[in-house]
Design a protein around this ligand. Sequence first.
Ligand SMILES: *Cc1c(COP(=O)(O)O)cnc(C)c1O
Length: 370
Amino acid sequence: MPGIFVTRSTMPKFEDYCEILKDIWESRHLTNMGKYHKIFQAKLCELFGVENVELFTNGHMALELSLQALGFPRGAEVITTPFTFASTTHAIVRNNLTPIFCDINAADYTIDVEKIEDLITDKTCAIMPVHVYGNICNVEEIDRLAKKYGLKVIYDAAHTFGERYNGKSTAEFGDVSCFSFHATKVFHTIEGGAACFRDKKLGTKLYQLKNFGISGPENVEGVGANAKMNEFCAAMGVCNLTHLEEDIHRRKIIYERYIENLNGVEGLKLNFPQKNVESNYSYFPAIFNEKVFGASRNEVFAALANEGINARKYFYPLTNSFECFNGQFDPTKTPVALNISKRVLTLPLYPDLALEDVDKICRIVLSCKK
Ligand SMILES: *Cc1c(COP(=O)(O)O)cnc(C)c1O
């Protein structure tokens, strides 16, 4: 029997994708902002309720080029968190900017807004918070601080596709909000990403930067990359949007089954959708308190692996302890993030995960309890 993975890509109807493929085949327009790029972009604007969406090859390039487009001076500081995927921190460092790591709060694992102000210096140019597991940052307080100190806000919104907070999509927050459409996410375009932004001038820059910085037939204004979404990926996006609602509904049922099985277990902290948030149920993190539960996160991870079930230590390790940074940053300065990263396990969650499998996963987890 093949194992159970932490996530599994959703697929559109084969026939639906083939129909678009036929159109692409005949048009010979395979990339460079073609018909499906435009259609997909328009559909996202509608879904997000925003005017400006720029598409990219992946979520990482959306983050990296958004920072580049904002044009901060070399060495300027960006306040962010280490409890995230490599991409967030790498986007900062690859722009020759300095990440300043703020701790997270233990309630929802997003940036601790009480600790931001102390980190602001005259070199600070931006805040790059991360919405984690579909939990939305304290956007009001971040907005207030950004206005007070004249900082830009770039959200890593990779985990929040399809979510709403007080009726607003997460694409509406900050100066820029970036999404990932990687195959493993709630919604995907195989690989892909988007940046949603307020300032139309930023859109022109982003459009150029994803196409080598080319600004006209004989003009190259910026040192850009190549990060254009091709027609095949855009087509996958168009197809996958049709079953998004159904997917999220299935995720909710699976999520609730986990809750039913695991809620109230001593030494185990679960994650619940926040107030005023229409959740996308993207991840199911469980935080183990070894002293109370009787087994460590690593022991539970191993017990699941032993049965062919691949949970994920997500996010572990913290980005501020990555080998590539050669000890430049001190993870003990973000103690809450450090503590959670050692105790968290995200359990398998995808729309076609069978409820019997959820029960089996929970039985294995509970069998570790002493
Ligand atoms: C997936 C992810 C990214 C990167 O997106 P890609 O599309 O894989 O490049 C960035 N940040 C977070 C939090 C993610 O989960």
